[in-house]
Design a protein around this ligand. Structure first.
Ligand SMILES: Nc1ncnc2c1ncn2[C@@H]1O[C@H](COP(=O)(O)OP(=O)(O)OP(=O)(O)O)[C@@H](O)[C@H]1O
Ligand SMILES: O=c1[nH]c(=O)c2[nH+]cn([C@@H]3O[C@H](COP(=O)(O)O)[C@@H](O)[C@H]3O)c2[nH]1
Ligand SMILES: NC(=O)CC[C@H](N)C(=O)O
Ligand SMILES: [Mg+2]
Length: 524
């Protein structure tokens, strides 16, 4: 029987903390569906969402200020358990009649809190239990703290500098922690969240890959009926998982278009066709558009200009393929939850445009297709798990991201076929050596960049005057910041030797040791 995996869910109210997404992921890891909403969500919407428990997250502001965010009153009137984390705890305290003060100890980082009493949230959860008491290793990040608890609350944990480090009203099931259970530095953090979600809020762990797939299949079928669906398939993680999912849900009502723009990695197109068309029986049209793309890119060397040209040409090719297929009413996309959250944040913020990311989202209105976005509620790790459960090859599901403009932004300046061909060979050698040495999965993204400058070398007894390439490998969690990967010298040496010895057009290999910021991951 199909489980209603959204029946039991946790609402997370966001006060602007950088950790709010992490809380949502932790809740999902525990097996329970959660959504993040802004702190000023209306009472009506909160009641309609019908959460089994509510988490008030952290935030950069101070509850002591008059014009700062508060939780909607309804949160404390619904009879469901509420957990306040940091700012969330502080606003809970203030709204229920307690006091918050700016302390002269700004605490940032590791702390040890002493657990006191027998509150439900922390009962039996402990890192160290000895003659000095029961202690938890936690991570703190705050300037304010609760100085007086509201009526009905009792103390759950304390430190020397933060006398009210956790508090609870077990009767009403209101809990507050000054530390951050969502970060891994809080060793028992996951256990504490699990206690809140599973035991205190009574949620079952229904959010599993198999249940998610069953649910998405039914929902896709409901949405599209007997209509035809078109999907842009890049071979990247998100669109591949959408392809596998839609194939399961609607079989040959799905047609995928794979655009070979001449800016792909070596054998990429053949791999996509082999995986999807041959092995999985998915209908995939391969649009050979190398000449078109390279033609349009001729003479253009400005990075932003190149991105725009590539984006527009994509739409052109895609549009042409869509028109050829008759009666397509739906366009599928691999939009995932962070995209949704980030674009909501982007609407309110004033972030600078550093690079305009390519997307098929800019398709012309007159295509009049309805969007199908089955992964909209999922984080990347969940997308990967359902990809594996759908039978996609592990290597495809766990591959590094590959940007839409592809090699177009990894060939600096003007893009030429000659350069792309050389780059593909060098990149293939780098990838092969990364896999062989076990480093592919230890870094989060790696590639080769083509530099259109010539350098002198000596190969055998001859002089070589050829191009330069740079190897790039980074470690990152969110791709917003990144550290250059400290690959072993022997590995870099092997890659460099193989590239220079086997590719005639390259005379020199460099290794990129720039972190982000101030550099970006891609070179353009
Ligand atoms: N070569 C291509 N052919 C067809 N569609 C493409 C191609 N490249 C990108 N797209 C479309 O653009 C969307 C956005 O690309 P993007 O690279 O962000 O995601 P992805 O390739 O699915 O996943 P990943 O983030 O792992 O690379 C893809 O989901 C896909 O629908
Ligand atoms: O789909 C994409 N279309 C793009 O236009 C694009 N530009 C950068 N990237 C990827 O985004 C991450 C961060 O890259 P940067 O540090 O270079 O901005 C890295 O993972 C980049 O590969 C893109 N992905
Ligand atoms: N991390 C937080 O939620 C911080 C809360 C509040 N801004 C403080 O400094 O105490
Ligand atoms: Mg991609």
């Amino acid at each position: 029987m199909r489980q209603n995996i959204h029946a039991q869910k946790i609402l997370i109210l966001d006060f602007g903390s950088q950790y709010t997404q992490l809380i949502a992921r932790r809740v999902r890891e525990i097996g329970v569906y959660s959504e993040i909403h802004a702190f000023d969500m209306s009472a009506e919407d909160i009641r309609a969402f019908a959460p089994q428990g509510i988490i008030l997250a952290g935030g950069p502001e101070s509850v002591t200020g008059s014009d700062t965010p508060r939780a909607p009153g309804v949160v404390f009137e619904m009879g469901v358990p509420v957990l306040g984390i940091c700012y969330g705890m502080q606003t809970m305290a203030e709204q229920l009649g307690g006091k918050v003060a700016t302390s002269n100890h700004r605490e940032f980082g590791y702390a040890e809190v002493q657990v006191v009493g027998d509150g439900q949230l922390l009962d039996g959860i402990v890192d160290r239990d000895d003659s000095t008491g029961r202690w938890l290793d936690v991570w703190m990040s705050h300037g304010d703290q609760v100085s007086a608890m509201p009526e009905g609350f009792k103390l759950m944990a304390q430190t020397e500098t933060c006398p009210i480090a956790a508090m609870a009203d077990d009767e009403r099931q209101f809990y507050g922690v000054q530390f951050h259970p969502e970060v891994t530095h809080t060793l028992k953090g996951q256990e504490i969240l699990e206690r809140f979600i599973r035991t205190l809020s009574g949620c079952d762990a229904l959010w599993t890959a198999e249940n998610i797939i069953d649910d998405l299949v039914v929902r896709v079928r409901e949405q599209v009926g007997s209509g035809k669906v078109l999907l842009g398939l890049s071979g990247g993680v998100d669109s591949s998982v959408v392809a596998a999912l839609l194939h399961k849900a609607i079989g040959d009502q799905l047609t995928c278009v794979f655009v070979d723009n001449g800016l792909l990695r070596k054998n990429e197109g053949d791999q996509v066709m082999a995986t999807f068309a041959q092995n999985m029986g998915v209908k995939v049209i391969r649009a050979d558009a190398e000449d078109l793309f390279l033609g349009k890119l001729k003479g253009i060397s400005d990075p932003e200009e190149k991105r725009k040209v590539i984006g527009h040409t994509f739409i052109e090719v895609f549009d042409a393929e869509a028109t050829k297929l008759k009666d397509v009413h739906f366009l599928a996309q691999g939009t995932i939850y962070p995209d949704v959250i980030e674009s909501a944040a982007a609407k309110t913020g004033k972030a600078h445009v550093i690079k305009s990311h390519h997307n098929v989202g800019g398709l012309p209105d007159d295509m009049a297709m309805e969007l199908v976005e089955p992964l909209r509620e999922l984080f990347k790790d969940e997308v990967r798990r359902i990809g594996v459960a759908l039978g996609l090859p592990h290597d495809m599901v766990y591959r590094h991201p590959f940007p839409g403009p592809g090699l177009g932004v990894r060939i600096l300046g003007e893009v030429k076929k000659e350069y792309a061909d050389i780059l593909r060979e060098a990149d293939a050698i780098f990838m092969e050596e990364l896999y062989k040495s076990g480093w592919y999965h230890k870094v989060n993204q790696a590639f080769v960049v083509f530099l259109p400058v010539k350098s002198v070398g000596v190969v055998g007894d001859g002089r070589r005057y050829e191009w330069v390439v740079a190897l790039r490998a980074v470690e990152t969690i969110d791709f917003m910041t990144a550290r250059w990967a400290h690959l072993p010298y022997e590995l870099i040496e092997r890659v460099s030797n193989r590239i220079i010895n086997s590719i005639e057009g390259i005379s020199r290999v460099a290794y990129d040791v720039s972190s982000k910021p101030p550099a970006t991951i891609e070179w353009e």
